[in-house]
Design a protein around this ligand. Sequence first.
Ligand SMILES: C[S@@+](CC[C@H](N)C(=O)[O-])C[C@H]1O[C@@H](n2cnc3c(N)ncnc32)[C@H](O)[C@@H]1O
Length: 407
Amino acid sequence: MPEFPYSRLRRWPDVEADNLQAHDATDLLLVGRALALDVPGSQIAVIGDEYGAITLALTDAGRHDIRVHQDLATGRRALARNAEELGLDGFVAHELDAALLAGARLVLLQLPKSLAELEEIADAVARWAAPDAVLIAGGRVKHMTLGQNEVLARSFARVQAERAERKSRLVVASEPLPVPAEPPFPVTAQHDGLTLVAHGGAFAGPRLDIGTRVLLEVLGLSSPRSLSEEAEGHRDETPSPGEVPDRDEAFRLAPLRSTRSTTGRTVVDLGCGTGALAVSYALAHPDARVIATDRSAAAVASARATAAANGVGDRVVVTHDDAASELSDASADVVLLNPPFHLGSSVHTGAATRLFEAAARLLRPGGELFTVYNSSLNYRAELTRLVGEAEQLHRTSKFTVTRSIRR
Ligand SMILES: C[S@@+](CC[C@H](N)C(=O)[O-])C[C@H]1O[C@@H](n2cnc3c(N)ncnc32)[C@H](O)[C@@H]1O
């Protein structure tokens, strides 16, 4: 049988670049192992297939009715497009739920970035898959930690790490353990009047991200007193060398209190995570129409649960989408954005730029984009170019908050 044409796969609509591929050595290892085990497709579940390489290579090899769960809307669209391009079908997409895993005897997993996400997945496999299910998890060696094995060992009696091949490694987890009556996720935390609910894969978990706090404070959506009393913050970043984190300076600022009426305004929380910005806005402005949107299914489920937990479930619409592509041009009066930030990753600026472009598309002329970002990134020129003059509302060594008025 000819080798599966991995190089024909595309990442689109995710960020594409010459140095970024739509498959990696881990995909090849997982596919090779699954084919060697000779399990029928209807008993295989694939989780975290980034752009469809695993699902499509197995489908191409005659494994039909594979069930697949991808967290990202971009990954789901890439899989659908790659499948169409290659003329392959016969797999079924699911959320991370019982239907994905019922009766599955082989679960293939591209290891997620966070341990919390892995914990939710491992529990789901132990809870819903066949009693003799084997979970084969793979990742790039440089991203793998012993903590991942420890998390797997909470749900499986046997966890065996294999030798690395081409800088990737498989970990085989078997003999699922009895699960607690209630799944470990979602988890909930209180933040002085705001309840955050988080699934494992949601940014910052149930914590209020420190950048989000600063933006909330600048917008007058939370009290400085409550913020400074908050427990330890979190952000998926590494401080710049020599940078001294100064939490207090971030909290000494005058909130911006808009005098404009918010009645009938459409406000979009772009990349909503657990929904902290959208729900805070909805609580403070009962007459506004609030839309929260994220490309992560874990974020979407979390934001819906956060809205419900704060009594605004009927006033915050949450959508699973890539860069709000399903919302109309010039349909928003305000966009709130805490863009993704992954230091050291080749995609970090591309991911933020995509959301600035989306904000420019969504806002009506005169509409406002409020953004918080790490001060070292200096996005102001890009925001001005893509959206409109970016006014600096607040700046510390760590965070900058800007308002751009759509030209
Ligand atoms: C830094 S987090 C901020 C989350 C939340 N707004 C907060 O302040 O806590 C960035 C969020 O953007 C989402 N995101 C990244 N790229 C996206 C895209 N193309 N479309 C939609 N959401 C995206 C991520 O999934 C993540 O939840």
